[in-house]
Design a protein around this ligand. Structure first.
Ligand code: FE2
Length: 298
């Protein structure tokens, strides 16, 4: 059917039309049903873009001091994930901000979190050699249960090497976005000699150039990595406009904001209505939220 400019679904109309134009409607349905989906290779962006992203991460691997990241100083058993993680990417290479502003990336965020969704965090994950698993968790970090049935955050992971079982890909529990709670220690998969067929979840297979997209409630971790080669992805996380973002953006270069335009500034929270002093909230900033409030999907 034709999506109209319906008053009752302001904000959603445009997001849905964009999803149709980008050919990701099936992905939205998979997200609704299972809490995760995979966008096929080079549908979100051309191969050259994914190669730029991968090269930018490899540059960080080669040049960033591991001691610059607090998590790297912890013992492996105390860390949320093996390997190296790189944070605050937008100040390190413009390709990361470009991935945030990619239409497919933004459309997933706006569908799951509302037309006023904002930047939450961006993290590059790099693993090499054989490593253990990331335990099952949800990305609704710090949110006490019950979680709402809708996500407060979402994860759009840009896959920069092939994500296979051997390469320690994601492990997801289909439908877990509807459990509305975090997994307990008792629910962790065993991975005894590989992925057990009767376990609760499934490995998610995705070739280089894919996006692995999931709801903020979805239970996920990783399978053991048994390959020698590198495993790399960049997780673009967005949040609802009232969520406190994990990552600061006050030092994103001004030239980058000017180049990517006013929409980028809004997504970074530059037009947030929160944070006023005695002058009170700015009416234009509050008005910007209204289309989302009228949409049943936020
Ligand atoms: Fe996670």
């Amino acid at each position: 059917m034709e999506i109209g400019d319906w008053k009752a679904t302001q904000g959603l109309n445009e997001t849905f039309r964009m999803a149709r134009e980008l050919g990701i409607e099936t992905n939205l349905l998979e997200l609704e049903a299972f809490g995760f989906t995979v966008v096929p290779p080079y549908k979100a962006a051309p191969k050259a873009f994914f190669e730029r992203m991968r090269d930018a991460v490899f540059d960080l691997v080669a040049n960033e001091d591991p001691a610059a990241v607090d998590l790297n100083l912890q013992k492996d058993e105390d860390r949320p994930a093996y390997g190296r993680q790189f944070f605050h990417l937008m100040v390190k290479d413009p390709v990361f901000a470009e991935s945030l502003m990619n239409p497919v990336n933004l459309t997933f965020g706006r569908y799951m979190l509302g037309a006023t969704s904002r930047f939450y965090s961006q993290v590059a994950f790099f693993k090499t050699g054989t490593v253990g698993v990331t335990h099952l968790h949800s990305d609704s970090t710090g949110m006490p249960p019950p979680l709402p049935h809708y996500g407060n955050v979402c994860n759009i992971s840009w896959v920069l090497t092939d994500y296979t079982v051997e390469n320690g890909t994601f492990y997801m529990v289909p439908g877990s976005h509807r459990f509305c709670r975090h997994p307990t220690d008792l629910e962790q998969p065993k991975f005894m000699g590989g992925v057990a067929p009767d376990d609760i979840g499934t490995p998610v297979l995705a070739e280089t150039g894919s996006l692995i997209v999931f709801h903020g409630n979805t239970w996920h971790g990783t399978v053991p990595k048994t390959s020698e080669g590198p495993r790399v992805h960049v997780a673009n996380a967005l949040c609802r406009n009232y969520v406190n973002p994990a990552e600061a953006t006050d030092d994103v270069p001004r030239e980058l904001v000017e180049r990517l335009g006013p929409e980028f500034a809004v997504i970074l929270g530059g037009e947030a209505w929160q944070g006023y002093h005695g002058e009170g909230p700015k009416i234009q900033r509050m008005a910007r939220l209204r289309p989302s409030q009228q949409s049943p999907y936020g």
